[in-house]
Design a protein around this ligand. Structure first.
Ligand SMILES: Cc1cc2nc3c(=O)[nH]c(=O)nc-3n(C[C@H](O)[C@H](O)[C@H](O)COP(=O)(O)OP(=O)(O)OC[C@H]3O[C@@H](n4cnc5c(N)ncnc54)[C@H](O)[C@@H]3O)c2cc1C
Length: 472
């Protein structure tokens, strides 16, 4: 294993814990399901998708009896572990939307904007203390080929009515002071930074206030159709009990799901994050960053970073680690090698912060699809719907994903369910061992492309032709 004294020193006291969840005000888990219940709707999974499903359903129909079953605790999955970049995009960025749904992209942009407005309205209505910061995001170029990409991206945004500002090296550094920056593209609207755990806990408490029942530490073991009296129903079993409901929404994202078909469309990818101690006034001044924007660089392998409400730096990304057989679990939440790489890159980006220490390091499972956006499906005769696979942009899009899942499970035809993005499934990942081979080949090709000035090479060009890829 490589040693890097600067990175190793900075990581020496970093706790293997999630900064957002490592809080004294983390809500107490509710008791596990220990009986047999009836409900109108059962939701499997207590991340953003499950929480939005429950809250939107009960707000639309206050009489509906809703139960949420969560394997661990609220937001223990990706929802409590992410960067908190809440992006209006439903398509993992405009360019990806254009590549897949050129005829639909204007509608998707509008629906994404409406979704973000709806999300922020809910935050305000329920007084959810998730410190939304309307800072926008700066994409920074750190190599010459990335500068060209930013110029093209600015033009695409302009063509779709989205304001951006192209910054040269000096202008970018005037915003956030890193010697690595060659250019920047600042999107002022459409990205809000949030405290993701507080958002999730607030959604839960809002739903609970409206009568939704939550059971933590209640992993669902099976999901079957059966007849409840004269009515067909779904029975969802945990170790301690079961729920018989008219309908179910499965919101398990990257985790092994009771609905097996999800894993055809979705692969779990571990993304890792570091958080520093709070910056001193002098350290804070040395990075500028008075606009507090979210920042990400734009290589195939990229970093995303932001200030937390208490002025630490959250720094994540780079390696997207797939483990054979769709493996997920606590053992994969720490990667010393990836943490060290991230720390090294951190000090290359901000050399003036030498001496700053990291307090937290963690990883979490991102669900990716071959088109980088959510996929939806129904099963069990239409009584079950699922939504999964937002790749690295699910904080905002999960509200949309949940609303589509509700449309599907309730049999409602809406503008959302008419979208090609909803009607068509992504190109499936192959079964193992081909899945592992294909993902590793693609990861290596992406790394090669970054080293070779962004040139795509044969493998990536082939994937591009079929509209498929791998990302985090
Ligand atoms: C490190 C990291 C950084 C990220 N950064 C960003 C970002 O800055 N911006 C952004 O938009 N997106 C980001 N994402 C992605 C975003 O967090 C996810 O897209 C989003 O949280 C998905 O929400 P979800 O509810 O679908 O999934 P999850 O939050 O993963 O929820 C799934 C839940 O289902 C539960 N579950 C699983 N199996 C069962 C079962 N059998 N029974 C009951 N419950 C079960 C799990 O315990 C989990 O709580 C990031 C993700 C990670 C991991």
């Amino acid at each position: 294993m490589n040693t890097d004294p600067l990175a190793d020193r900075a990581l020496a006291d970093a706790r293997p814990a999630v900064f957002w969840l490592d809080r004294p005000n983390r809500p107490h888990p509710s008791p596990a399901l220990a009986s047999d219940l009836n409900a109108d709707l059962v939701v499997v999974g207590g991340g953003f998708t499950g929480l939005w499903t429950a809250l939107c359903a009960v707000e639309a129909d206050p009489g509906r009896a809703i139960v949420v079953l969560e394997a661990e605790t609220t937001a223990a999955g990706a929802s409590g572990r992410n960067g908190g970049f809440c992006d209006a995009s439903l398509t993992h960025g405009l360019e990806n939307g254009l590549a897949h749904w050129p005829d639909e992209v204007r509608t998707l942009v509008r629906l994404g904007d409406e979704n973000l407005v709806g999300l922020l309205d809910t935050v305000e209505r329920h007084a959810i203390d998730c410190t939304p910061e309307h800072t926008g995001e700066i994409n920074v170029a750190v190599t010459p080929w990335q500068v060209e990409g930013l110029t093209e991206s600015a033009a695409a945004h302009r063509d779709h009515g989205m304001e951006t500002t192209l910054l040269d090296a000096a202008q970018t550094r005037a915003q956030v002071n890193s010697p690595t920056y060659l250019a920047g593209l600042w999107r002022r609207d459409g990205v809000v930074l949030v405290d993701p755990a507080h958002l999730a806990w607030g959604l839960r408490s809002a739903a609970e206030g409206l009568g939704v029942r939550f059971f933590d530490h209640s992993p669902v073991r099976s999901l079957r159709t059966e007849t409840d009296g004269d009515h067909p129903a779904v029975r969802v079993r945990t170790e301690g009990g079961s729920v018989v409901a008219e309908r179910a929404v499965v919101a398990t994202n990257a985790f092994r799901s009771p609905v097996r078909q999800i894993s055809r469309s979705v692969a779990p990818v571990y993304d890792h994050v570091l958080v520093t101690e709070p910056l001193s006034e002098a350290q804070r001044a040395s990075v500028g960053w008075t606009g507090r924007q979210g920042v990400s660089d734009v290589g195939n392998q990229f970093h995303y970073y932001r200030l937390t409400p208490d002025d630490r730096i959250l720094w994540g990304g780079w390696d997207a680690l797939y483990h054979f057989g769709n493996r997920v679990g606590p053992a994969l939440e720490q990667s010393p090698t990836t943490s060290r790489t991230l720390a090294r890159h951190f000090f290359e980006t901000f050399p003036q912060l030498e001496g700053l220490r990291f307090t937290h390091r963690w990883g979490g499972p991102i669900a990716t699809t071959s088109r980088f956006t959510c996929a939806w499906g129904t099963s069990h005769g239409g009584r079950v719907a699922w939504a999964a696979g937002y790749t690295g942009l699910g904080v905002g899009a999960s509200r949309f994903g949940a609303r589509v899942a509700l449309d599907l499970v309730d049999g409602r035809e809406t503008e959302r369910t008419g979208l090609a993005m909803v009607r068509r499934s992504p190109f499936p990942f192959p079964p193992e061992p081909l899945r592992w081979v294909a993902i590793q080949a693609t990861r290596r090709a992406l790394q090669r492309s970054d080293r070779r000035g962004g040139r795509r090479g044969t493998w990536l060009s082939l994937l591009d032709r079929f509209g498929i890829g791998f990302d985090s």
